[in-house]
Design a protein around this ligand. Sequence first.
Ligand code: DX5
Ligand code: ZN
Length: 221
Amino acid sequence: MIKIAPSVLSADFAVLGAETAEVKAAGAEYLHVDVMDGIFVPNISIGFPVIKCLRRATDMFLDVHLMVDRPLRYVERFCEAGADLVNVHVEADTEDAIKEAIATVKAKGKKAAVTVKPRTPAEAVLPFIKSVDLILVMTVEPGFGGQSFMAEQLPKINLIRGMIEKYNPGCELEVDGGIDANTAPMVVKAGADVLVAGSAIFDKPDRAAAIRAIREGAEKA
Ligand code: DX5
Ligand code: ZN
């Protein structure tokens, strides 16, 4: 089954509880929360206090995407703030430190994930593939919502789908960046099963219709 993960980066932060309730009522499976540190990516978004408030406001699955340099320093606190899944970039530290970050998240009883940026090859997930619950392939350069989908990432999604089938069939494959009703069928065909969408949902007046359109797009694959 395809899961839809609205990214709150494009939501109205002054009314985040209501925004979350709206996408939950519309049947979204995950809530994608983008954390940016101004170092790993050239933008700053939100951190622990907002995740704590979201945890109190909703029982949705909180999919926390850390665009943070050396995330091992912070993963435990994201678990304690209420994340259900903590996702770190493979580019953000050494292989050993990323492995330790994954182990730390698992020891806290949470799901762990790794992400690859567009210029990072598929093989970069191999050292972690057996120990993660989800792999995220970025289909834009991380840092900003509302960018155009990079179709050249499709072969990589397909390659990682093959690796998942071989090494860890229960692992989910998420895509993030430029996903809408038109790009959803392409990424699903390539093997994705969790679709993050920010602007395609929160920039629309009718979020339920937007989610429905993405799901219908995905079903066309
Ligand atoms: C970008 C973030 C995304 C972003 C996606 O760095 O990781 O989650 O919110 O936004 P859209 O769906 O608008 O491309
Ligand atoms: Zn994201």
